[in-house]
Design a protein around this ligand. Structure first.
Ligand code: B12
Ligand code: SF4
Ligand code: SF4
Length: 380
């Protein structure tokens, strides 16, 4: 007869040996309050345009038995991705965008899925074969943070991130759901206390109450998940972020003590890095985009989404060196989405060159949405 206390301790040690930074265990019991809370967020329109965040998903996410019927325990895993590179500021003639830390290098999904697969293989070797074990990373219909909170891996910050004592919020979360009966951890008693620093720091006011986000206002949502035009009143607040946003984590005092992770796969050598130059990105063709960003998180924004973000960042940075490249995008880019945001960016300058580019495009442009952006840019 297996001793659950010893088994749990061995399994946690194994997770750390395999390279995870934090591990905790919770039962497979349904997440009682979560279902209603998710439905409420959907009802109040707080999940932005995430079309896949449905009532059906909320039901599945609140009870892991929908995904693994024989589940008895959930092992919550966290892996740090904090890099040690610094952001380079834009300098005159070289405008640069900012990329959220999690996206500097390789896509984390295959990296963590491979680690959870190794973990499950080892569980099979030690505790016998069963199909009732499943690794989950981000895309599974489960709320990774709710699991991590209940398993004592970290606590919910007012910025809605899970904060860990050792690595702050710079961690990816994953789970292994298992039929093994393990000893659950207790949720941490830590909270943010009186701190509220992240809330006023959010550039778009997306943190509407402590621990509650209006997803449709979050720059991370806007730059990665939004497929259409970005609401005009949010564009200026996006600053130079071209993929994701870390402001509410950068200002968090808990994150100050977090050590950098020695994981080169999440670093600039394997992807776009922290502060790419923007002008070389603007002429990317779909083929060049796919070739350059295969295997990295950037592909999620798709080519037109990334170039839309680049246009906004160039308009916000305001270096006139960008005017010719934006003019070319406004005239030649095949995507109306990119042309529309190039027009908005050009409207930020009073320079005659910017106005000439807008004027010329107004005469040629056949797409209504783009034409109205040009009119607004000229008018404003
Ligand atoms: C959708 C999604 C997004 C959306 C919405 C984020 C959100 N806050 O819901 C967008 C695109 C904006 C986003 C952004 C980011 N994401 Co994201 N995202 C997800 C995803 C796929 C689902 C999240 C979800 O279900 N949200 C629904 C809401 C309702 O959940 P919730 O915020 O956790 O709700 C809880 C709190 O409101 C809390 N609560 C309620 N009342 C109160 C009151 C107080 C006082 C407090 C403190 C808490 C609290 O209880 C709720 C239920 O548990 C998960 C992966 C997954 N499958 O879980 C990754 C995930 C959450 N994202 C992740 C990451 C890394 C990011 C970014 C950092 C990326 C970036 N740099 O741009 C940002 C962080 C922005 C932020 N401040 O949250 C990580 C988070 C790791 C961590 N340490 O927390 C996850 C877990 C992916 C992963 N597997 O690693 N993301
Ligand atoms: S990620 Fe940026 S935009 Fe989103 S809540 Fe945090 S600070 Fe606000
Ligand atoms: S900044 Fe302060 S309130 Fe916000 S998550 Fe960090 S500790 Fe919590």
């Amino acid at each position: 007869m297996a001793d659950p206390v010893q088994e749990t301790a061995e399994i946690k040690a194994l997770a750390l040996e395999l390279g995870f930074d934090r591990v905790g265990v919770t039962t497979a019991e349904p997440f009682q309050a979560l279902h209603e809370l998710l439905l409420e967020r959907i009802r109040h329109g707080l999940m932005g345009g995430l079309a896949w965040f449905t009532a059906e998903r909320a039901a599945v996410a609140s009870d892991v038995h929908h995904l693994v019927p024989a589940a008895r325990s959930i092992i919550s895993l966290a892996m740090s991705y904090l890099g040690s590179d610094a952001y380079l500021p834009s300098t005159p003639g070289t405008p640069r965008g900012r990329v959220a830390r999690y996206a500097w290098g390789r896509d984390y999904h295959p990296v963590l899925l491979q680690q959870t697969a190794r973990f499950i293989d080892e569980l099979r070797r030690r505790y016998g074969h069963t199909d009732a074990r499943k690794g989950m990373v981000d895309t599974a219909r489960i709320v990774d943070r709710a699991v991590a909170q209940r398993a004592g891996v970290g606590w919910y910050g007012k910025n809605t991130c899970i904060l860990t004592h050792s690595h702050g919020s710079w961690v990816f979360l994953a789970e292994v759901v298992t039929d093994l009966e393990l000893v659950p951890d207790r949720p941490l008693r830590t909270t943010c206390g009186a701190c509220t620093r992240c809330m006023p720091a959010c550039p778009t006011g997306a943190l509407i109450r402590p621990g509650v986000m209006d997803v449709g206002r979050c720059i991370s949502y806007l730059t990665i998940e939004e497929r259409g035009a970005i609401a005009a009143d949010l564009r200026a607040a996006m600053g130079d972020w071209i993929f994701g946003c870390d402001v509410c984590q950068e200002v968090c005092p808990v994150n100050r003590k977090a050590p950098a992770a020695a994981r080169p796969e999440f670093g600039p050598a394997h992807g776009i890095g922290p502060s790419p130059e923007l002008l070389p990105l603007l002429p990317l063709t779909p083929e060049e985009f796919s070739a350059r960003f295969a295997g990295t998180p950037i592909k999620r924004a798709k080519r037109d989404g990334l170039l839309r973000n680049v246009c906004i960042a160039l308009g916000n940075i305001g270096d006139p060196v960008a005017i010719p490249a934006l003019g070319t995008a406004l005239t030649n880019d095949p995507a109306p989405l990119v042309r529309a945001h190039a027009a908005w960016a050009l409207g930020r300058w009073q320079e005659p060159a910017a106005r000439r580019a807008l004027d010329a495009a107004r005469r040629r442009e056949g797409q209504d949405g783009v034409r109205s952006e040009i009119e607004l840019a000229l008018g404003g």
